[in-house]
Design a protein around this ligand. Structure first.
Ligand code: CP
Ligand code: NVA
Length: 300
């Protein structure tokens, strides 16, 4: 079993992982060690703060041994194939996580590895992030089904995973993005096949009105740096600010996977305000990572 897309999981599996994450949260450092004697290879082609640290701490608190592997320092960087890397790592370790530029890289790793492979962010999805988002939302609202979500900003990897998760879990999602940066048809079609009906608009206010959860992310994802000037020009009004929070209402919480570009996609006022859940969201990366690893690797 791998976790490449959030849609690799059923509704029941997601809810079980969230229950497990809550149990790990409640018993921080007093839980068992399901990864005792097991090693985890963590490949990173891109920088990371939360994903790296949460996975590394999670693995060691579960009794396992995490290995941080910068892609440029592996023989991958000198042309060894993804398939051979997957085969060799599978002889050493019990699980592989990979943060990659191209989604196909993590798909190829999974195809050739004989141990579980987890997508730690690709240009197409970020399933680990969405599990932490779901845990945060459930902590605040008690349940997930029927909640209303709005995504404001780039129709990117995190947005893709959130759209799919919403479909799986029966949440309503509206995405507000500038024309040209909307979620891809492929994701919308996949969401529909999972029972969802994502709404797509171009005005942030049309997405935000009355929702329970407002979510945003950087306007310039890792790998998009070449388009930075154009993106900063186009995305100006797609900002999670106090006006948008007011349109959503007092019940709404604000989420951001971080790192935030304060003053761009989110204001200080919202990040540090009473409706912000972003630091709980960041903490939940640790608990959900434990849940995923205990399930995928701990039971092998
Ligand atoms: N949210 C997230 O994945 O953060 P990092 O890029 O710091 O890992
Ligand atoms: N969409 C962002 C998420 C960072 C955690 C990126 O891919 O850079």
């Amino acid at each position: 079993m791998n976790l490449i897309s959030i849609s690799d999981l059923t509704k029941e599996e997601i809810l079980r992982l969230l229950d497990s994450a809550e149990a790990f949260r409640a018993r921080r450092s007093r839980h068992g060690e399901p990864l005792k004697g097991k090693s985890l290879a963590m490949i990173f082609e891109k920088p990371s703060t939360r994903t790296r640290v949460s996975l590394e701490v999670a693995a060691s608190e579960l009794g396992g041994h995490p290995l941080y592997l910068s892609a440029g320092e592996l023989q991958l960087g000198r042309g060894e194939t993804i398939a051979d890397t997957a085969r060799v790592l599978s002889r050493f370790v019990h699980g592989i996580t990979a943060r990659v530029f191209s989604h196909n890289t993590v798909v190829q790793l999974a195809a050739h590895a004989s141990v579980p492979v987890v997508n730690a962010l690709s240009d197409w999805e970020h399933p680990l992030q969405i599990l932490a988002d779901l845990q945060t939302i459930r902590q605040r609202f008690g349940s997930l089904e029927g909640l209303r979500l709005a995504w404001v900003g780039d129709g990117n990897n995190v947005c893709n995973s959130l759209i799919l998760a919403s479909a799986i879990l029966g949440m309503e999602i509206t995405v507000a993005s500038p024309p040209g940066y909307l979620p891809k048809t492929e994701i919308i079609e996949q969401a529909k096949s999972l029972g969802g009906l994502p709404r797509i608009v171009t005005e942030p206010a049309d997405a935000a009105r009355g929702v329970d959860v407002l979510v945003t992310d950087t306007w310039v994802s890792m790998g998009d740096e070449g388009e930075e000037a154009e993106r900063l020009r186009v995305f100006g009004k797609y900002q999670l600010n106090a006006d948008l929070m007011r349109i959503a209402g007092q019940q709404a919480i604000a989420l951001h996977c971080l790192p935030a570009h304060r003053g761009q996609e989110i204001t200080d006022e919202v990040m540090d305000g009473p409706q912000s859940a972003v630091f709980d969201e960041a903490e939940n990366r640790l608990h959900t990572s434990k849940a995923v690893m205990a399930w995928l690797i701990g039971q092998r």
